[in-house]
Structure formats: C-alpha cells, structure tokens
Design a protein around this ligand. Structure first.
Ligand code: 5GP
Length: 198
C-alpha cells in the first residue's frame, strides 16, 4: 500500500504554463531546451507551446531493473552528435521531478562541460526532502512548478488506465480547489487532506 499524488494531463499543462510564466517574468530567454528522458519529454514539449525553442533530448536511468534507485545516474543516450551546438548557448534543462536531485546534478554538470553561455533548470515538481545531489553554483536560475511532499507522483504518461487515473486526479483536484479557492500552492496541501491508496 502506498500514498500517491495522481496528476492529470490538464494539471501538468497548467503547471508547465506557470513555469513558462516564471521564465518570462525572470527575463530568461533560452536558445535550446534539453529534456531529460523519459519523464522530461512531455513537459518539455508542452513548454515548447509557450517558449518555442528547439528540444534536444538525453536519456538517463536512475532506477535499476529491480526498480531500485541506483548509486549514480547512467547515460542511456546523450547528445554527442550535437553537443557542439550547446557551446555558447543558453540552455534550459527540463525534467519532471527533483527527487533526490542526483539526476539534475549529473546532467547539469555534463551540459556545463559543453561550455554553454548559461544553464538553467526547470522541473514540474520539487519534493520537500533531504537531497543527495546539489544544483551546481553555475546554475543561476531554477524554475519549479510546485513544491510537493515526499510521496510518489503518479504521472499520466505512466497510467495503464488513463481514464481511471484522470478520474482520481480530477476528483482530488476539484476537492483541493474547493478547499483552497483555486490556489495552486494550497492545491497540493489540499491533496494531503485525503490519501489515495493503491
Ligand atoms: P532524482 O532522484 O535523481 O531526483 O530523480 C530520478 C528520476 O526518478 C526522476 O527523473 C524520475 O524519472 C524518477 N522519479 C523520482 N521520483 C518520482 C516520482 O515521484 N514519480 C515518478 N513517476 N518518477 C519519479
């Protein structure tokens, strides 16, 4: 039995829009979006709707074949053939969640080795927990859609039954909005008023 935070595509889209708004307000104008696969692929694509920049992708594995967190992230796919394109560019690295932070630390340092002009990072969700990794000092801008407690986030792209998944997510969203008057910050707290078990 486990507690989970179920999210629908609609909620994800809203969160990405709020990140795009933060980026615009901050005055950051990236040249390239780098999406960490596979969780960062769909958020990066939605972000492109608001900030229309080319997307490069990298593949990182954080969990082993037994679903255990590995000591260090492993590259599954990297942007070797286009890495020269990163030199002198302003990069926005995108992933779905900052959990232990090891993946972000690893990717940010790898990207930095290609000598970009600037490297910023955006995540949909940042879990409130002690982190194993650090955001390197050269990263001056971090954009976070939502801070959430340390529970497993069930993203819609992992759903085997998307209708059941979104029914749960929508019901929780509606309840939280009624309780909070629509505030997204309290939305997450609202979720924890009740627990979803599976
Ligand atoms: P890290 O621990 O390095 O911050 O995150 C590694 C990866 O684990 C993330 O990119 C993400 O793919 C996966 N992950 C961590 N927490 C969650 C979660 O709550 N839900 C899902 N679906 N994936 C997660």
């Amino acid at each position: 039995m486990s507690d989970k935070l179920y999210l629908s595509y609609r909620q994800i889209h809203r969160t990405v829009k709020s990140i795009a708004h933060q980026i615009e307000t901050d005055g950051f104008d990236p040249d390239i979006i780098v999406a960490i696969g596979t969780g960062g692929f769909i958020p990066a694509r939605i972000l492109k709707t608001f900030i229309d920049r080319p997307i490069l992708t990298v593949g990182i594995r954080a969990y082993d074949e037994n679903n255990r967190l590995t000591e260090r992230p492993q590259k599954i796919q990297w942007i070797d053939e286009v890495e020269k394109k990163l030199t002198g560019q302003k990069i926005l690295l995108v992933d779905e969640v900052d959990d232990t932070r090891t993946t972000l630390e690893y990717c940010l340092n790898e990207l930095y080795s290609h000598r970009p002009a600037e490297t910023a990072v955006a995540v949909l969700h940042r879990k409130r927990k002690e982190k194993r990794g650090v955001i390197p000092d050269f990263v001056k801008r971090s954009f976070v859609g939502m801070e959430v407690d340390d529970v497993w986030i069930a993203y819609p792209w992992d759903a085997l039954d998307i209708d059941a998944h979104c029914d749960i997510a929508d019901a929780r969203d509606k309840l939280a909005r009624e309780e909070s008057g629509g505030s997204t910050t309290i939305l997450i707290r609202g979720f924890f008023v009740g627990m979803i078990t599976s």
